[in-house]
Design a binder for this molecule. Structure first.
Ligand code: BDR
Ligand code: CA
Length: 312
């Protein structure tokens, strides 16, 4: 099987952790590197969390890079109320033995992409887009090397989750998101519109725990912690688990349905900062720059995650 080469750009974060585990469990994908960014927690925590998750998956060979510790322009906003003080509260974690790669994530992205064949690498950003935005500013020639960007971020039909208008990843670094959405690289967006249609129940989390493996038990502990915030906020029977949608899309795209649209990022208004302004009905007659996903086979998504995590 020819593996798709991917880079996960991430701010772990519980749902980031599940996305990384799903990718490492999937033979269709070759994770050529993980780049870390500040977001759910400060960088010194997200980078350690990424190492923890690779070790949990038994994959100390994965290259993990530390990236930008703050957004391009704005002050860093973090999400301790969702992910806890460590960014990955829930399980008892030991200090990881694995070490970060010495190179800065942005330097590694530029170097790796410049060396690659055209359209040969897929980037999966599941945190603020700072690292990728910085790499594109530093070396625009990397754009032609990227096959696609499959990213979790934004919202249109369901609005935002950090302000009424903005989703967290875009809100934290709207200027980087603006660079990415103007880059001309094919983008697949997995926004809140789709992640809020696949709701994780306590019963499903229990099935992970019942696997009896370290991955199953720690994943269940992570998701139980993560679940509490959204269950309380939305009052639904389950809660969204956002970031693994990007990896699931790469493995089984038929689980998802979307539409090609033109998306712009709000970078000026304080009220709507970080809003993904989606021209869903083509009012501006602009060429689409994004495939905006809004429907999912939720049973298929949870089946895929369970089956793959069970292999680790
Ligand atoms: C996004 O924000 C973060 O808290 C999650 O990890 C996810 O990437 C959802 O808005
Ligand atoms: Ca994330």
């Amino acid at each position: 099987m020819e593996q798709k080469k991917i880079i996960i750009d991430t701010d772990p974060g519980h749902d980031d952790a599940i996305a990384i585990l799903l990718a490492l469990a999937s033979p269709e994908l070759e994770v050529i590197g993980i780049t870390c960014v500040a977001g759910n927690a400060p960088l010194h925590l997200t980078e350690v969390n990424a190492l923890r998750i690779c070790e949990l998956a038994g994959r100390k060979d994965v290259k993990v890079f530390s990236g930008c510790d703050r957004p391009m322009v704005r002050k860093l906003v973090t999400a301790e109320e969702v992910h806890g003080e460590t960014g990955l509260d829930g399980p008892d974690w030991e200090e990881p033995n694995m070490e970060l790669q010495p190179q800065h994530a942005v330097d590694w992205l530029v170097e790796t992409l410049l060396d690659a064949e055209d359209q040969s690498i897929t980037i999966c950003p599941v945190g603020p887009l700072t690292n990728l935005g910085m790499a594109l500013v530093r070396e625009p020639a990397i754009a032609s090397k990227i096959q696609a960007i499959v990213t979790m971020g934004g919202g249109y039909f369901v609005g935002g989750n950090v302000t009424p208008a903005a989703e967290f990843n875009i809100f934290v670094d709207p200027h980087a998101a603006d660079v990415v959405y103007r880059s001309g690289i094919p983008i697949v967006a997995m926004p809140l519109d789709v992640t809020h249609k696949a709701l994780m129940t306590k019963e499903w989390i229990n099935t992970l725990s019942e696997l009896g493996t370290e991955v199953g038990i720690k994943s269940a502990q992570m998701l139980t912690f993560y679940n509490r915030f959204d269950l309380a906020r939305y009052g639904m029977a389950g809660s969204p688990v956002h970031d693994p949608a990007t990896i699931a899309y790469l493995i089984e795209p038929d689980l998802y349905t979307g539409k090609d649209v033109y998306v712009e990022i709000e970078t000026r208004s304080n009220l709507t900062m970080g809003m993904t302004v989606v021209d869903y009905w083509g009012a501006r007659r602009k060429d689409p720059n994004c495939h905006w996903v809004s429907e999912v086979d939720d049973a298929g998504f949870f089946r895929l995650m369970y089956d793959r995590l069970a292999t680790l």
